[in-house]
Design a protein around this ligand. Structure first.
Ligand code: ZN
Length: 131
């Protein structure tokens, strides 16, 4: 799946006098190939703040993608450890009474664990998503 052109990507403005008004999205496939850039695509003009912001957003999203995925994975693993240790050290007792909006630590941990499961499925789905 990771057969895309390596990051980092960047964007540059076209020269309208040359016939195109857009922002080119480019990549430098290899640091060895200094100065060589590979064209990825274009954000069509007119050249203005909005189209530049669109090009910048695409580039930032692509360049941060791998880092964001690994950060999510680290956070998920940390949360899993917290939930596991808390549940081990604080087993639910049948005499405990918890209401729907209970604010006790046990219930907050359970909410976090449920949110974690939902977020983990979403993250896995995003990581496996094909264009
Ligand atoms: Zn509770």
């Amino acid at each position: 799946m990771d057969k895309h052109t390596p990051t980092p990507w960047t964007y540059v403005s076209s020269v309208p006098a040359e016939g195109y008004e857009c922002f080119w999205i480019k990549a430098q496939p290899s640091p060895v190939m200094r100065g060589f850039t590979k064209e990825i695509g274009a954000v069509n003009g007119p050249i203005n703040d909005e189209t530049e912001a669109n090009a910048a957003l695409i580039v930032r999203a692509v360049n941060s993608h791998a880092s964001l995925l690994s950060t999510i994975k680290e956070l998920m693993e940390a949360l899993e450890r917290v939930v596991e240790v808390y549940r081990r050290d604080n087993p639910m007792r049948t005499a405990d009474v918890h209401y729907r909006d209970c604010k006790c630590l046990r219930c907050q941990i359970d909410h976090a664990a449920a949110a974690h499961d939902t977020a983990l499925s979403r993250a896995k789905s995003l990581m496996e998503q094909k264009p």
